[in-house]
Ligand binder design. Sequence first.
Ligand code: MRU
Length: 348
Amino acid sequence: MTPQLTIPTSLEWHEDHLVILDQQKLPGAVEYVHLYTIKDYYDAIITLKVRGAPAIGITAAYGLAQAAGEYETESLEEFKTWFEKEKQYLLSSRPTAVNLSWALERLERELDQAGTVNEAKTDLLHTAIQIHAEDEDMCRRIGENGLELLHDAQRVMTICNAGSIATSKYGTALAPFHIGREKDRNFQVFACETRPVLQGARLTAWELQQSGVDVTLITDNMAAHTMKTKGIEAVIVGADRVAANGDTANKIGTSSLAILCKHFGIPFYVAAPSSTFDLTIDSGDDIEIEERSSTEVTTLGQSVIAPEGVPVFNPAFDVTPHDLISAIITENGILYPDFKQSIADTLN
Ligand code: MRU
């Protein structure tokens, strides 16, 4: 019997709490976690049970809105003080993806409009639900716009997981492949495994298999050889923060692919919704790069792969300079260099 092909999703609001797909357990087990307290939300984000810039933003929005609904006070002033403290708590979970602060600041603007605590509670939850729904629409449009850059059977490389499970649905970098399948357009995707946390191997390979997209897994150090010998025609990646000049932070290893693309003359595309742009910073130099635990590098699964005590450097992201990016695919169209100009024209 042929297995049912579906585009997997990772977030579901259940009336009074959020249920997430536990991305740390994939691909070995498909398990769901119910989030009830703000600490549950914080822990889920910091331990990468939920990850990917848009999914982090949506989750944090639900977390703050849910906790707000349960906070008991009649005083709007006290409610706002509590809100600010919990907002800072969630913001401290992961620093690089701007979607987190984008979502929580949107809630804060909603709170500023409210006249009473009860009104604020209702509006905050509605806004979180709206952020979730809008993200799906943005991802679908990114997928449709991305398809304009790709021809059928094209061999495309990607890194990390900028897919359906990193967003509300469809993803950003992987959206053209999912939408393409719905339209009977097929591609040959090469997924870099993405050490140290293996989002490419564990998540992208799994997600694309689930939805019936042709995917081949490679290790990160096979990228150059694969570009040359398999005739890679495009690289498409997601983003955690895009600065006003187009410099883009994304999963560690992304900038190496961009440099290889320049060498081989392959177009390098970034796919990102407007919620991932940070127009308050001029360039990627101002993006804080998260550094994570050394054990992510010194272990592989349950095995220790490095001598005890060896110093480790584990940045989770890198910044690809704008001059290595051929185009940025957004829900509002495809942006080309000069990015400073095209970003300002499209996002302001
Ligand atoms: O550390 P992660 O797994 O959260 O990193 C995710 C990425 O780098 C993605 O490419 C990015 O967030 C875009 S997800 C649509």
